[in-house]
Ligand binder design. Structure first.
Ligand SMILES: *Cc1c(COP(=O)(O)O)cnc(C)c1O
Length: 328
């Protein structure tokens, strides 16, 4: 069973130090009062590029061979992984191409370009863009780095687990946003190897939770992708998943699913009580505490994983919207 190890995560921490931010952990008085136990927030939304994915991308880039570095990296993600890869590649002087369909909104395209990546517009769907990625890998020898199912990506994200155990040594429960599982797999290996009794809970949106459906089925399955406030948690885990499914199955204690209105309430709470702006994917831990869907048994850490939300959507939620749709 392929697992990333604690020593690989510790090596990743040394490798990426100075290139990524060590983010703060703060006690949340409002959530502690609500939960009856100390609740801490890990402010990973303040990571460079606005999400934790810079950790994995940097760890993977730094392990490319000289030949791979010379030929560059390629991806299709226009979300937090694409941003992270673009930034990390530019920082290392490595060529990075992000392939996207002509339907990707201009602001997303500009954001990736501003981070230093080359943009290639191919076709009208993600699948057509993926064909160009495969061509660049096969014909030009570029390296494709996936968003979660890769040992160097998992090890990079796992460095968050080391920081949580260091900053909250008596943490009993860690609440982790869950999509493809690179984040939670890395954190679970780090935290459970150092603190075998720690509980690791994964949180996803109710609509289109691919990892939860795959665990129920006993193997990776596809689910229908539906619009959600937690857009960074959308997408499948890959039918040929090699690195995250088994680790999640072995180490994650439970998975909690959140409704859109609960996620919206989480975003509002983080804004109003913590004075922080987070995206829907990052608000799921707070949302689960507010909804009473997790029973904290001791000091609890909720990971705020990113802040890349369209500000117009954020304003609507702060003004009371309970989902993506316009109210009234
Ligand atoms: C990618 C992402 C996640 C989920 O990470 P996985 O490794 O796919 O489980 C959670 N939050 C944010 C903000 C993300 O960008």
């Amino acid at each position: 069973m392929p697992h990333v190890t604690l020593s690989e995560i510790e090596e990743a921490a040394r490798r990426i130090a100075g290139r990524v931010r060590r983010t703060p952990v703060d006690l949340s008085p409002s959530l502690s009062a609500l939960a009856g136990v100390p609740v801490f927030l890990k402010h990973e939304h303040r990571q460079i590029t606005g999400a934790f994915k810079l950790r994995g991308a940097t760890n993977a880039l730094l392990q490319l061979s000289p030949d791979e570095r010379a030929k560059g990296v390629v991806a299709t993600s226009t979300g937090n992984h694409g941003r992270a890869l673009a930034h990390a590649a530019a920082a290392e002087g490595v060529r990075c191409i992000v392939c996207m369909s002509s339907l990707v909104p201009a602001n997303k395209l500009e954001a990736i370009k501003a981070l230093g990546a080359e943009i290639r517009i191919i076709g009208r769907s993600q699948d057509e863009a993926q064909i160009e990625v495969e061509r660049l890998i096969a014909e030009d020898g570029m390296t494709g780095l996936p968003p979660f199912d890769h040992p160097h990506i998992v090890a990079g994200q796992g460095t968050i687990g080391l920081e949580i155990v260091e900053d909250v040594p008596d943490a009993a429960t860690v609440l982790v946003p869950l999509s493809g599982g690179g984040l939670i797999a890395g954190i679970a290996v780090a935290a459970k190897t150092l603190r075998p009794d720690i509980r690791i809970l994964g949180l996803s949106m109710r609509s289109g939770a691919a990892m939860a459906a795959s665990l129920d089925a006993g193997h990776p399955v596809e689910v229908e992708e539906l619009p959600t406030l937690a857009d960074s948690l959308g997408g499948g885990i890959g039918l040929a998943n090699a690195w995250t499914f088994e680790t999640v199955r072995a180490l994650v204690d439970d998975i909690v699913l959140l409704d859109e209105a609960e996620i919206a309430a989480g975003i509002r709470h983080v804004y109003e009580m913590e004075r922080e702006i987070v995206e829907g994917a990052a608000a799921v831990g707070v949302a689960a505490l507010l909804a009473g869907k997790v029973a904290p048994t001791g000091p609890t850490v909720a990971l705020l994983s990113g802040r890349n939300i369209a500000m117009e959507l954020h304003r609507r939620i702060i003004n009371g919207a309970d989902g993506l749709e316009e109210t009234d």
